[in-house]
Design a protein around this ligand. Structure first.
Ligand code: BG6
Length: 436
């Protein structure tokens, strides 16, 4: 494992740093494992702008007999083209793989240009575009849940589904990443990649087979059927205090919150809105996708009690405490035929045990040359096409208080029951839209 950085460190400082980081995250790591790992770390120092850095990397790789290296570009996005060209000039792209961190471009034109640069030096089969949500077991579960449980497929369409809501709420702010985040914003940071991938997994047709190509083909069909984002159903927000974060430009209008309505023009989904919201500095941390089923055609009961029955919900918890909850109605205790919502829940950690971390799986996949959990060129370009109107005409950015659920303007985005409070939200919290 060879690091490339501008620092003045030698191998030993790099190894000490890695040892400290691993021990901080995993104090009980077996000593021999950690020793073996650290013994394999080396550092090449140099500037990414200088070809000599890449020649030194080539020499170090040769010294260690590396035959099929994986170059992992966790670097500022603006440097991707320079680094790829330099790797190529140093003869390091012919027999290698390249992992590119997100964001992959900042709009459709720059994503196309980046793909052009990559393809000038590498074959698509050598390129691995990281989206760590694709490495989450809970996100992959959407695929397995849908296509291994035949009971849901008859419901999974416009006849039974009223809407779909996807929430990615983070209580933290930008946490020292102000200058990176300010040039990106929530739409580019998490919607173009993580959340549209979740939409695709929920909306796609069954793949014709299990191969990476089969999955990617179906996802691309979903994105291709998506209408360009209508700016009238987009609300952007910025938490109070964001402008004081180090690295944020004075007067910045970058959004730390976004709520939007996506439409998929397909036989399965025409007329079913997919509501997506994501934000930092919110009241809770929770990532969820909720499939909201239509109300029964007649309201036979609940004459005396609360309005109801509640809509059936199928809630996929994708973040911490991941699992699935099905909200049904049962007879409320008492003399009347009133209904009351009840949950059937599975907590995956208790039911299934430890699952691997996203990056553990993704870097392993790249080493194995398996593209299944990575973004493909056409997929990435289609998602930018969908977002492009919002990038061209972003509209106003509304302020919201840290610890709230975003700007009040966003409450008007979803139809039906309004935003559903995430399951992980604190009780008695300020989650709006609980009017089921
Ligand atoms: C990253 C974003 O891709 O995902 C961050 O750049 C965000 O801004 C993070 O905080 C969230 O990831 P997770 O796995 O905690 O949902």
């Amino acid at each position: 494992m060879i690091g490339v950085a501008r620092s003045e460190w030698h191998d030993q400082e790099f190894r000490d740093h890695a040892r400290g980081a691993v021990l901080a995250a995993w104090p009980d790591v077996p000593a021999e494992v950690l020793d073996r790992l650290c013994g394999r770390l080396h550092l090449v120092t140099g500037d990414y702008g200088q070809l000599s850095t890449f020649d030194a990397l080539a020499t170090t790789l040769a010294e260690h007999g590396a035959r099929l290296p994986v170059h992992y570009l966790a670097i500022p996005p603006a440097l991707f083209p320079t680094v790829v060209e330099s790797l190529s000039l140093a003869g390091l792209t012919t027999s290698s793989r390249l992992v590119v961190e997100k964001p992959f471009g900042r709009d459709l034109a720059s994503a196309r240009e980046l793909n052009r640069v990559l393809h000038a030096h590498l074959d698509e089969s050598q390129v691995f575009r990281i989206d760590h949500y694709l490495g989450k077991e809970s996100v992959e579960d959407l695929l397995v849940f849908r296509f291994t449980n035949s009971m849901f497929e008859p419901l999974w369409n416009r006849n039974h589904v009223e809407s779909v809501q996807i929430t990615m709420a983070e209580s933290i702010g930008v946490e020292g990443r102000g200058s990176f985040y300010d040039s990106v914003g929530a739409l580019r940071d998490v919607v173009q990649n993580h959340l549209l991938q979740v939409v695709a997994l929920l909306a796609m047709e069954p793949p014709v087979g299990p191969e990476p190509k089969h999955l990617a083909d179906e996802k691309v069909k979903v994105f291709a059927a998506m209408r360009p984002l209508d700016c009238a159903s987009l609300v952007r927000g910025q938490y109070a205090g964001y402008l004081d974060e180090p690295g944020v430009a004075p007067g910045s209008t970058t959004e730390t919150y976004v709520a939007a309505r996506f439409e998929i023009d397909s036989w399965r989904w025409a007329g079913v809105p997919f509501f997506v919201r994501a934000g930092k500095g919110l009241a809770a941390s929770a990532t969820e996708a909720v499939v909201v089923l239509r109300e029964p055609p007649q309201q036979l009961f609940n004459e005396s009690g609360p309005p109801g029955p509640a809509r059936n919900l199928l809630r996929f918890v994708l973040g911490r405490n991941d699992g699935v909850t099905f909200t049904l109605n049962a007879k409320a205790p008492g003399p009347e035929l009133d209904s009351q919502p009840v949950d059937i829940s599975v907590d995956f950690a208790s039911a299934l045990g430890r699952r691997a971390e996203a990056y553990e799986r993704l870097l392993g996949d790249a080493i194995d040359g398996n593209p299944r959990r990575f973004g493909r060129e056409d997929m990435v370009e289609e998602t930018w096409r969908v977002l492009q109107p919002a990038l061209d005409r972003p509209g106003p950015v509304y302020p919201y208080a840290m610890g709230s659920w975003g700007p009040a303007e966003a409450d008007a985005v979803p139809s039906g029951p309004g935003w559903l409070p995430p399951k992980a939200a604190p009780s008695g919290g300020v989650a709006p839209g609980s009017g089921l």
